[in-house]
Structure formats: C-alpha cells, structure tokens
Design a protein around this ligand. Structure first.
Ligand SMILES: [Zn+2]
Length: 185
C-alpha cells in the first residue's frame, strides 16, 4: 500500500513538473501593454505604467517603463507609441552590435540592415548581403540576440547552412547552441 502511494506521489510530482514545463512552453505570454501591464526587453519582463500628459514619451527606468500619452484609454495609440520606441531602440542596438561583432570576428558587414515584424523567424540574409531582423528579437536575452546576429553575419561568408557555415559560426561562438535555446517565442 505504502509503495503504491509513494509511486503515485512520485508520478504526480512528475506530472506536475511536466505540466508546468508545458505551460511555460505553450502558453503564449500576452503582452498587456496597459497601465500595470508588462513588457519584455532583453529577456526580462518590466512593469508598464501609463500616464496622461501633453507630450508623448517612453522612459525606461530601473523599475520599469513609463509611458506618457495624451489619451491613456486609447490602447492602439499606446501600443503604437511603444512599438515605435522599441523599433528605434532595436535599430540602434542591432546596428551597434552587428558592427561590434564584425570588428571582433573580422566578418564583412551587411550592405543594409532592415527591421521588420517577423513571425517564426528572427532574421534573414539575402544573397546581396542585406540582413533583415525581427523587431521582436529585442525582447530576447542579450546572448541569444548576439547568436542571431552572428548567425546572419556568417551568411555573408557562407550563403547556406553547410558544414563550413557551422564551422565559422562555432569558431567564434562555441556556445551558440545554448544561446539558440534561450530564444523564446
Ligand atoms: Zn541561417
């Protein structure tokens, strides 16, 4: 009797853990961009506060995002303001980081860098050397972002996923697989 109970409890524990893991993987974390909501940057969620004011602004403080809008009840405008701000930051961060990686790893630079809202894709590289990156990448941990940028930079040398491509990728970033795993959708 004892044994069975212990067995069942053990199974329940396992099931609980499995369910928790499943939840964290499959449950889409909704970004409620409202007052008291949350927004994600570099892999971390920050509280969002929305205030009414005459001039629009977004401020990232130590304790979260402070958004000021003319009409806080207009959710669409709040979202648009925040999207624009994130896009501007993404542009700065990605360009700086691409330049730093290319300097550090002696890689060619892309002919252009474009930001786009992408689904199911973090970045891409065209044959003529244009790199396109997902704005949503900015929500990911920094080392995961670095992996995506380095992956795309490697395509400027190897336009495929050949052995040579992965050899180049790993030569400068041996832990690329662990970084890739940190990318959350
Ligand atoms: Zn690729």
């Amino acid at each position: 009797m004892r044994l069975i109970q212990a067995y069942v409890e053990e199974k329940l524990d396992w099931l609980r853990t499995a369910l928790q893991e499943m939840r964290s993987v499959t449950m889409p974390r909704t970004r409620a961009l409202v007052d008291q909501g949350e927004a994600r940057l570099f892999g971390e969620w920050h509280p969002v506060r929305v205030y009414q004011g005459r001039h629009q602004s977004v401020v990232l403080a130590e304790d979260g995002f402070y958004l000021t809008v003319v009409d806080p009840s207009d959710g669409k405008k709040v979202e648009r303001l925040f999207d624009r701000w994130m896009r501007g930051l993404a542009e700065r961060v990605f360009k700086e980081q691409l330049a730093a990686l290319s300097r550090q790893f002696k890689s060619p630079m892309p002919t252009s860098i474009t930001l786009r809202k992408m689904r199911g894709k973090w970045g891409s590289c065209s044959r003529d050397g244009q790199i396109t990156l997902s704005v949503g990448l900015l929500e990911q941990p920094r080392d995961a972002i670095e992996y995506v940028l380095w992956h795309e930079l490697c395509h400027l040398t190897h336009f495929d996923h050949s052995k040579a491509f992965y050899a180049l990728l790993a030569s400068q970033m041996p832990d690329w697989q662990a970084r890739k795993q940190r990318l959350e959708t």
